[in-house]
Write a protein that binds this ligand. Structure first.
Ligand code: ZN
Length: 344
């Protein structure tokens, strides 16, 4: 990674704005908990096992660990209907839209969107994917789709975005938008895609399995899916436990490379590869230590890497985590597997 492309958390989540964001987030959590009587108990979102043990409680929610595949998940959890209501009126999302995204747009574009587009295009080239049609599920502000379109890498770029304001933003960027969740889109006209991508969406969903089944349906035979989400076996997740900021009320599912592979296989995909290109794990733990929120006085090795020798070894340590499948941000690439007749 060239030095000028180094990513720090404050570039994409400015410190002063994040303090105020916390107020919006706590208000959202209060709203979510007011619907607690509508929460439902589920089996493991990855392997469907009903055996789990409790990890911890946070924000009034129970985080449990599947004893079979080690997926951590919120259980009981808000139903699909409660989630729709929750996100439609989310103060946290409104705050991000109004303040954090605009303030960090340039850094995000340069350091997140462009590398993301380039990685997707590299994977498409590696797996010899036709450059006909790409679909992004949960397109948000449309920054990924716009960059793909500008590069002319696909003949057709389509965004699925259920939130009306965000869908409008995508349209304003000239992107073809389907304003719906993928599970509710009628693709009976035979509309199919060579690639489906979804960035940081699956961890929010009530039913990741229904989501992946819908993605399978819209892919052409041998098309690929690229899914990114937190890796609950990554460095900052395991090190910080319940102190990890990514363990929050919005993330219902915390997969790991093995468990998400299992789910993809159950949904008719064949795994191609798993990457963990995260670049912030070490810094996230370091910031918790410096803020006095996480104690490493009994972990002198972490004290050395993350504090005492940070300037000398911090970057190399993060590099090691990313390259070794140990970062908390993961990418899974899988191919649609077809059986006789083209149906599962
Ligand atoms: Zn499981």
């Amino acid at each position: 990674m060239p030095p000028n492309n180094k990513l720090s958390e404050s570039e994409i989540r400015p410190d002063d704005l994040m303090q105020k964001q916390r107020i919006a987030m706590l208000s959202d959590i209060g709203r979510l908990l007011s619907k607690r009587s509508d929460f439902v108990l589920i089996t493991c979102p990855a392997c469907d096992s009903g055996k789990y043990s409790k990890c911890y409680e946070k924000y009034g929610l129970d985080y449990v660990l599947c004893q079979n595949c080690e997926t951590m998940y919120i259980n009981p959890r808000p139903s699909h209907d409660v989630l729709e209501w929750f996100y439609r009126e989310s103060e946290n999302y409104a705050y991000w839209n109004k303040y954090i995204f605009p303030a960090s747009e340039e850094a995000r574009h340069k350091k997140i969107v462009i590398p993301r587009v380039e990685k997707v295009l590299d994977l498409c080239s590696k797996y010899r994917i036709a450059s006909e049609a790409i679909l992004e599920v949960g397109a948000g502000f449309g920054t990924f789709c716009r960059e793909v379109a500008v590069r002319g890498a696909f003949n057709r770029v389509v965004a699925i975005e259920p939130t009306p304001d965000l869908a409008n933003t995508c349209r304003e960027k000239g992107i073809e938008v389907i304003e719906s969740s993928i599970e509710n889109v009628d693709f009976s006209n035979g509309d199919k895609f060579d690639v489906v991508v979804s960035f940081e969406v699956i961890e929010h969903l009530f039913s990741p399995k229904s989501f992946l089944a819908a993605c399978w349906n819209v892919l052409k035979d041998d098309g690929i899916i690229i899914v990114t989400c937190p890796n609950a076996k990554g460095f900052d997740f395991i090190t910080l436990g319940s102190f990890c900021n990514s363990a929050d009320h919005e993330h219902l599912n915390y997969f790991n490379p093995v468990s998400l592979t299992l789910l993809l296989q159950r949904c008719g995909f064949e795994m191609l590869e798993c990457l963990t290109p995260g670049r912030l794990d070490a810094e996230l733990v370091r910031k918790k230590i410096l803020a006095g929120e996480f104690d490493v006085s009994h972990q002198p090795f972490l004290q050395q890497i993350l504090i005492d020798k940070w300037e000398q070894v911090g970057e190399a340590f993060q590099d090691f985590l990313s390259k070794s499948g140990l970062s908390s941000n993961m990418w899974l690439v899988a191919r649609k597997k077809t059986i006789e007749g083209g149906k599962r």
